[in-house]
Design a protein around this ligand. Structure first.
Ligand SMILES: Cc1cc2nc3c(=O)[nH]c(=O)nc-3n(C[C@H](O)[C@H](O)[C@H](O)COP(=O)(O)OP(=O)(O)OC[C@H]3O[C@@H](n4cnc5c(N)ncnc54)[C@H](O)[C@@H]3O)c2cc1C
Length: 373
């Protein structure tokens, strides 16, 4: 088989890169070791937060603006509902550094937002328990993304533009082949000019040289039942992030009128492979449930559902988007726990690198050489 470009891994970013590459008319082939929209990717779990006014730094705000355009474009092209722009509340103590940075981002880039003090928060969002020194920023260009549907939509859109997709097909190796690249799977090999390695937590299998630099972190999700589900729909309850009393919680509204997602930051150490995610202990579930019901008193503290996931991380928390011009291998991976909202823009950046198209959003800090010496 012969192609211009092969994308290995059709998860969050690989699906978007394939869509963008196929749109440009390249002979693009996508390989996915499982099916499309499977339960084991870093994207699994029904919803992901999208925010525009982020505390991670001003370099990300224009990227998120472009990502938002692309999310709407993918919705239109696929005819699928992928994004519910219900807003995002970032809630914290009045002196919280990350809250102040988000407000600064919103002001600097003229993003539609409101700053709410404790009284305003209690009046508008009585679902949240707030202390007197609590402040929030309401980001209007924010909401819930639907990740499995998004991956499926991007792959379908790529196929509609001519991409070939091979599912249940693992890339087990790649090698140079007379100035081109040869991708090897158990049943066939594909010769191509460029390869996009978008393999998420499985990257170390193909790139064992990056062990010790990249780590796989377990991340959990938990869902809780409110006593009054009618108060938790996306029309009344924006996605949220809370950082108070040393606890970090985030969540999405109820998109099924049954439960809401409330999750916390990593509680478990790094693991050697995505097949070795830990299980929750009773103490873990009690702890997370206690935090959830403390911040949102209407919730029953026992999770009605929980699941364990994983994410490939760099030490800096920056993603790896790096084309090695000598080999034609492009790494598009290690999104470090916050990458889903960026997926379409990272896919576009990858496609621009492959085709040599300049893109002002490209960040030299995402190169492997800038992060790993
Ligand atoms: C629990 C949790 C909550 C999160 N919450 C948020 C959030 O609210 N907002 C946000 O923006 N981000 C969030 N993130 C981060 C975001 O989901 C991830 O950054 C993103 O999904 C990573 O995408 P990826 O493309 O790198 O990996 P994946 O989406 O996992 O894709 C990798 C794909 O490659 C395939 N693959 C791997 N190896 C091979 C191979 N050799 N051959 C063929 N196929 C292969 C895999 O099967 C998989 O489909 C969260 C992450 C987790 C785990």
């Amino acid at each position: 088989m012969d192609a211009d470009v092969v994308v290995i891994g059709l998860g969050s970013t690989g699906s978007m890169a394939l869509w963008q590459l196929a749109k440009r008319g390249l002979r693009a082939v996508g390989l996915e070791q499982f099916g499309i929209g499977h339960t084991r990717g870093s994207y699994a779990g029904d919803s992901r937060l999208f925010r525009s006014a982020v505390h991670e730094g001003p370099r990300f705000v224009p990227m998120l603006a472009r990502a938002r355009e692309l999310w709407f474009e993918l919705e239109k092209e696929s005819g699928r509902h992928l994004y519910d722009e219900c807003g995002a509340l970032q809630i914290g103590d009045s002196g919280s550094g990350s809250l102040l940075k988000s407000i600064e981002s919103a002001e600097q880039f003229g993003l539609p937002h409101e700053v709410l003090d404790a009284a305003a928060l209690r009046a508008r969002y009585p679902q949240h328990r707030v202390d007197d020194n609590t402040v929030a920023v309401l980001d209007h260009r924010a909401g819930s993304l639907f990740p499995e549907a998004s991956v499926l939509a991007a792959v379908e859109a790529a196929k509609a533009c001519g991409a070939q997709v091979l599912t249940n097909t693992e890339a087990i190796d790649f090698d140079e082949d007379g100035g081109r690249l040869k991708i090897i799977t158990p049943d066939l090999s594909i010769t191509c000019d460029k390869v996009v390695v978008a393999t998420g937590s499985w990257t170390l299998r193909l790139r064992p040289d990056l062990k010790g630099f990249l780590s796989i972190i377990p991340l959990s999700l938990t869902w809780f039942m409110p006593r009054h589900p009618e108060l938790f729909g996306p029309d009344r309850f924006p996605v949220f992030i809370r950082d108070e009393d040393g606890v970090h919680l985030y969540g999405t509204p109820s998109h099924d009128s049954y439960s809401i997602k409330v999750a916390t930051e990593p509680l478990w150490p790094a693991i050697p492979s995505p097949d070795q995610v830990p299980d929750f202990s009773r103490e873990d579930l009690q702890k997370i449930g206690g935090w959830a019901a403390d911040f949102i008193p209407d919730l029953n503290p026992e999770p009605v559902r929980h699941s364990m996931h994983h994410e490939l991380c760099t030490p800096s928390g920056l993603p790896l988007i790096d084309l090695d011009d000598d080999t034609g291998i492009l790494l598009l991976t290690a999104l470090s726990g916050r990458g889903f909202k960026f997926a379409p823009v990272y896919g576009e950046l990858a496609a621009d690198l492959v085709t040599g198209k300049p893109n002002d959003l490209h960040d030299a800090g995402f190169a492997l050489g800038a992060q790993h010496r």
